[in-house]
Ligand binder design. Structure first.
Ligand SMILES: [Zn+2]
Length: 806
């Protein structure tokens, strides 16, 4: 293992001398427990880590046993007389102070506690032990150490196990403790248990919150999350990617019992020299069995436990450790063998593919070419994107070999007992496959009855003759099942695809397969869309839970087109990081709305946008609107136990409104030109929120108010609020000059909120005059002079602003 000499001076330990395997190191770290000989009675010991300040006023501080020369855990226990400790955090921005006060009723975190369990890969031990030494005579307390070992070793072990991949990665990659993380779980006197993380490898290095539960689902409820001080003042920058992956070659074998065996060959190119350890992602349900680098066996470390850890990227992260340091810029052939069960049967030959984006080792945003050979039971149908190189049958198996020469982000697959329809549209081929039967979870489909008037001959006893009368007859139509609408569905999807190709340019792949997934969602991968099995059914055949108007629109008109749009937004252009994740969802969803508008007119678009507004204004259990849960740039942080629906409402629906408002500000011609430039400029590159703002600003009509869109983004993207707007106006004057004066009053939002809203002055003939008014906490006055007699003065009559008009 390569060591930097300068760092050896700082750490006179055997830190770089780890001779064992990564797995052995992980096991030792997990088993280390507390060190009774490093337990101290402490008084007035404090330490700061960026924006975090800890004060151990009175109590015991015990450290974990060293492994590979480093101590990685500590416990503070204040169960003594006058025992106390305190943590102080002052979030740096107004919005974070607001977020924190919502969670803990105070804009700053200032909490006393008597217990904190800490795990770290940075210099926390060195800093604290130096403080203890300097605070006078260190008072060791091995007796208390023994008691603390008994009480807390298993907790420390569990926590170390949750962070095993990261602890081992930091131990094996770098001796520089400043890149390490610090995690503390604190039992606060007032707030109860909560977690504090400082991790210089995250875009927002400080995260504070706790695990909350709702309806047996666990959420990490973030109280605050922000860039740490030295990153804010630019004295530090985030760590760049260490390597990239390209040229995938996959061999997959699906056994009849649904066990999947995958051999992955891929080229790994280090972006720095001398590195041996690499972090990749693989579904925890796929277990690695072997790895090699340039043909030489390599170590790998995957977490054993399948428990979700909310602060890390699930449990999918694993380590590859090359036998030798790798050179920068050189491509190495890496091979993995993995096996697992990632497909579940939902009954009736309907299957659920669980690990759709990580059934083979990969990275979250990584464009690569693929070659895949899939073997699967002959009685199943399998769909996988790519040009067919070879297909056939071998015994009880079928196989297909595919090639994707345009670099794409993921390779997905799906399977079932399918019926299929293929359509060609220009250079594109769209294939839609449906399950032949509906899965039991969707319930027995209702047999829908309609009453039809029929002519019947009947004997009329009064007239004693046969007469013809009309009687209503109940005709019961059998449910159509998933294949009943297949042709219509395929034609709809093909038309949506063609529409979007016309608007946004060619997609990454010319062929698209749309396939069913049992569930209430969809997902759009390159060349492959997973579409909820509900969308395959006629509206009248859908389960009751999916029968409301909002749900019907979602399954019938939006979901398929949204996933199709991800061919462009998400797979051609993509975004990285929580801050920017909303962009792809908002653009994909708005693309689906554009297609809806094209088919059914602007009224249909407005109706959907109005339903989104209604949902955003719906109150959560805490008497707050869904929309107020947080700004759209919070991304996954919007998922919380307090407002479980807010994430979807904000990212998808407020996101659609944001794109819609930009369109109305620009006009259609400029708006579509902007989208097509986004597609060209950011093809296979990530697009950030700020890049998107700058791009959009370029397409604002000359002379527009807020031409840089800074106010727009500040209010709609980086903050929350849906204003209620009221217009009061009066008209004075006579030919040839009339003056309209008035004011727009804004309510229901913060004092800081401002929006540019259009006032439309309409005439008997000719185009209306549009005057933009900037709203504020005070009523915004305006005065406009026109040459014709106005017939009406209206506030945003075309509903181009996400607001409530009074
Ligand atoms: Zn989506």
């Amino acid at each position: 293992m390569r060591c930097l000499a300068a760092l050896l001076l700082l750490l006179p330990s055997a830190h770089c001398a780890w001779e064992g395997t990564a797995a052995e190191l992980a096991a030792e770290i997990r088993a280390a427990g507390l060190d009774r000989d490093e337990c101290y009675r402490v008084r007035e010991v404090s330490f700061a880590k960026e924006d975090l300040r800890f004060y151990f006023t009175e109590g015991y501080l015990a450290f974990g046993k060293p492994v590979d020369g480093r101590r990685r855990s500590a416990i503070f226990l204040g169960e003594v007389e006058a025992g106390d400790a305190e943590v102080l955090v002052f979030p740096p921005t107004r919005s974070e102070r607001l977020a924190l006060s919502r969670a803990v009723k105070s804009p700053n975190l200032n909490e006393h506690f008597k217990l904190a369990v800490m795990v770290f890969s940075d210099d926390t031990y060195e800093v604290l032990s130096k403080q203890i030494l300097e605070s006078g005579e260190p008072r060791k307390s091995p007796e208390m150490g023994v008691l603390m070992e008994q009480d807390w070793n298993s907790t420390i072990g569990n926590l170390a196990s949750s962070f095993a991949i990261r602890l081992v990665e930091d131990a094996l990659t770098s001796a520089d403790p400043s890149t390490g993380f610090f995690f503390a779980t604190v039992r606060g006197d007032q707030l109860g248990n909560f977690d504090i993380l400082y991790d210089p490898q995250r875009p927002e290095q400080v995260v504070i919150g706790r695990v909350g539960e709702r309806g047996s689902v666990a959420y990490f409820d973030t109280w605050t999350s922000f860039e740490a001080r030295s990153f804010r003042n630019k004295s530090r920058t985030t760590i760049a990617a260490a390597f990239r992956l390209s040229n995938y070659r996959l061999e997959a074998l699906l056994e009849p019992d649904l066990t999947l065996k995958v051999t992955t060959k891929v080229t790994l190119t280090p972006l720095e020299s001398g590195r041996r350890v690499f972090e990749l992602f693989l579904s925890p349900r796929m277990r690695l069995a072997a790895a090699s680098v340039s043909g030489a066996p390599a170590e790998y470390l995957q977490r054993e436990s399948l428990r979700e850890s909310l602060l890390r990227d699930g449990d999918a992260a694993f380590l590859l450790r090359s036998p030798l340091p790798l050179e920068r810029g050189k491509g190495y052939e890496v091979e993995f063998q993995a096996e697992g069960v990632v497909i579940q049967s939902s009954g009736n030959n309907v299957y659920f593919v669980g690990a759709r984006d990580n059934w083979y080792p990969n990275l979250p945003v990584q464009f690569a070419t693929y070659e895949v050979r899939f073997h699967y039971p002959y009685d199943l149908d399998l769909v996988v994107p790519g040009e067919v190189v070879e297909e056939g049958r071998e015994g009880d198996f079928r196989f297909t070999r595919r090639r994707i020469q345009t670099p794409v982000r993921f390779l997905g697959f799906n399977l079932g007992d399918y019926e299929q329809v293929s359509l060609s549209r220009g250079p594109y081929r769209i294939e839609v496959v449906a399950n032949k039967k509906v899965e039991p979870a969707l319930g027995a489909l209702p047999r829908t009855g309609i009453s039809v008037p029929m002519l019947r001959r009947v004997w009329d006893p009064a007239s004693r003759r046969t007469v013809v009368i009309t009687v209503p007859v109940e005709i019961v139509s059998p449910p159509a099942g998933p294949t009943g609408q297949l042709k219509e569905l395929a034609s709809e999807i093909a038309t949506a695809f063609e529409f979007m190709a016309g608007r946004f340019g060619p997609p990454p792949l010319r062929n698209l397969t749309v396939s069913p997934i049992p569930g209430t969602f969809g997902q759009g991968f390159p060349g492959l869309v997973y579409l909820s099995t509900v969308s395959y059914l006629r509206p009248q055949d859908r389960p009751t839970a999916a029968s409301g108007e909002y749900q019907q629109t979602f399954y019938s008109d939006i979901l398929a087109a949204h996933e199709v749009a991800h061919q462009w937004w998400g797979n051609a252009v993509s975004s990285q990081g929580a801050q920017n994740a909303w962009l792809m969802e908002a653009l994909a969803n708005y693309s689906a709305l554009l297609y809806l508008e094209k088919r059914r007119g602007v009224r249909a678009l407005d109706t959907v946008l109005a339903s989104y507004r209604k949902r955003l204004l719906t109150e959560t259990s805490e008497d707050r609107t869904q929309e107020s849960a947080g700004p759209i740039v919070w991304g996954g942080r919007l998922l919380s136990s307090q407002a479980p629906d807010a994430w979807q409402a904000i990212v998808y629906e407020k996101g659609s409104w944001i794109i819609h408002m930009l369109r109305r500000r620009m006009g259609d011609e400029r708006f579509f030109a902007m989208l097509s430039e986004a597609m060209k400029r950011y093809n296979r590159v990530t697009l950030s929120t700020e890049q998107f703002r700058l791009l959009a600003a370029k397409y604002m009509p000359p002379g527009s108010p807020d031409a840089t869109l800074e106010t727009f983004f500040q209010n709609w993207v980086y903050a929350t609020g849906i204003p209620t707007l009221q217009l009061q106006s009066s008209i004075r004057g006579k030919a040839p000059s009339w003056t309209i004066t008035g004011k727009v009053t804004q309510s229901g939002v913060d004092e800081e909120f401002t929006a540019w809203v259009p006032i439309e002055i309409q005439f008997k003939t000719g185009r209306p005059v549009v005057h933009w008014v900037r709203t504020d906490s005070e009523p915004a006055g305006f005065s406009v002079t026109v040459k014709q007699a106005p017939v009406k003065v209206a506030l945003d009559p075309s509903d181009s602003i996400l607001a409530v008009r009074k």
